[in-house]
Design a protein around this ligand. Structure first.
Ligand SMILES: *Cc1c(COP(=O)(O)O)cnc(C)c1O
Length: 403
């Protein structure tokens, strides 16, 4: 702990106790410092150069010269700050261009740009559901979906991960008591902590039979999955007229921002009803310039996502054969289930000793007792780097009791 820490004044003193409590159960977070860009599959963290398995820079665009040049040019042309929320005077030429190109890329009529993916989820959910409505939400959905559900002030039914039949049961139970005004089903397309896909075809059928809206969060799938990089809906061949999608520009696209993609009238409604859209400053246009450059690379360089998917399949097969529990991962997100937070931290420290950055993920990011190591692969990882990962984990696995 920091020796400069001063004692808190009495009304705030409870915070010191809470932090001690987190510390005691190994759930207190400490802030790491990154001292290099994400490049070459490496990252400098707290003074150490490590192989980087802890970023969402899936396509290796975060430090790409195309994005950097686009930002430099845009700052010269458009300045930096946008000065206001989009509906007042913050919405600029590059925001419009990005929204239109995103809509074209996603094969929908329109899209709305938000400062972050987190804001996009809160915006979409609170605009689509309110008091008197029922939201059905997968238990492993991202925190921003959970918070969107809370802020919507609708009734919320949490269904077991990927179990459409449970969602149907919850709906029937609710209807036995009262008729919901409207129903919204919301799910991650590719789950951020387990790396598996939602059963989207079944969810689409269920939504149709229930007369429900379906919202899919593509945060980890945009740019990576589907032949054109549209995400999990494209990968699983969902008719895009049946869903509204949220995406982020801050993972595979290496930039910052979130978007909602769907029919024109839905997007018009978002601009009228979503408080994170209406009451938050538009991002600098130079950030939109980076996203535009990244989107073009997603379109022009499909080999990045194809090779990443091949690398991920190879790593999953190797780790599976070493006896690790991969939580059902089907993607470039590869969790290794450990169980206790202390053990996950210990193994993460051991991996760092061996030169590998693999974050330990603990509650509340994952359910109690399911702490894990979470590997995120990037197109930037070389065959040699991945071999080193597999070899290092193989040595650890041989010393661990088999699950
Ligand atoms: C990261 C993430 C978000 C939030 O996106 P940001 O652009 O980082 O705010 C939303 N949903 C899921 C599933 C995510 O993993």
């Amino acid at each position: 702990m920091n020796s400069m820490t001063t004692e808190l004044s009495p009304p705030f003193a409870w915070i010191a106790d809470e932090l001690k409590r987190l510390e005691a159960v190994q759930l207190r977070r400490t802030q790491r410092l990154r001292e290099s860009p994400h490049s070459g599959g490496l990252v400098q963290l707290d003074g150490r150069q490590l192989l980087d398995f802890g970023s969402n820079d899936y396509l290796g665009l975060a430090a790409d010269s195309n994005l950097i040049d686009a930002v430099r040019h845009a700052v010269g042309e458009y300045g930096w700050g946008s000065g206001a929320s989009p509906l007042v005077s913050g919405y600029g030429v590059l925001h419009r261009r990005l929204e239109r190109e995103l809509a074209a890329h996603e094969q929908v009529e329109a899209s709305a740009l938000l400062p972050t993916g987190f804001a996009a989820n809160v915006a979409a959910i609170t605009a689509l559901a309110g008091p008197g409505d029922l939201i059905l939400s997968d238990e492993l959905n991202h925190a921003s979906i959970i918070d969107g559900c809370r802020l919507a002030r609708a009734s919320v039914g949490i269904f077991r991960h990927g179990e459409v039949s449970h969602a149907a049961e919850l709906l029937a139970g609710y209807k036995a008591r009262s008729e919901p005004r409207r129903i919204l089903i919301v799910t991650d397309g590719l789950f951020s902590m387990d790396g598996d896909f939602a059963p989207l075809p079944q969810l689409v059928d269920f939504a149709a039979s229930a007369g429900a809206m379906l919202l899919v969060d593509e945060a980890h799938a945009t740019g990576v999955w589907g032949a054109e990089g549209r995400g999990s809906c494209e990968q699983l061949q969902i008719d895009l007229r049946n869903v509204v999608r949220v995406g982020t520009l801050s993972k595979a696209l290496g930039s910052l921002g979130g978007f909602i993609a769907g029919p024109q009238l839905v997007i018009d409604w978002i601009r009228n009803a979503a408080r994170p859209y209406i009451f938050s400053t538009a991002q600098p246009e130079a950030i939109a310039a980076a996203s535009l450059a990244a989107l073009r690379m997603v379109q022009r360089e499909p080999h990045r996502r194809e090779e990443l998917r091949e690398k991920a399949a190879w790593v999953r097969a190797e780790l599976q054969s070493q006896g690790w529990d991969l939580c059902g991962s089907e993607s470039q997100i590869i969790p290794l289930r450990i169980g206790s937070s202390g053990e996950a931290l210990r193994i993460a420290a051991e991996l760092a000793e061996a030169g590998l950055f693999v974050p330990a993920i603990r509650p509340p990011a994952v359910p109690e007792g399911s702490a894990r190591l979470r590997l995120s692969l990037s197109w930037l990882h070389s065959g040699e780097q991945l071999q080193r990962l597999v070899d290092t984990l193989g040595r650890l696995a041989s010393r661990r009791p088999r699950a």
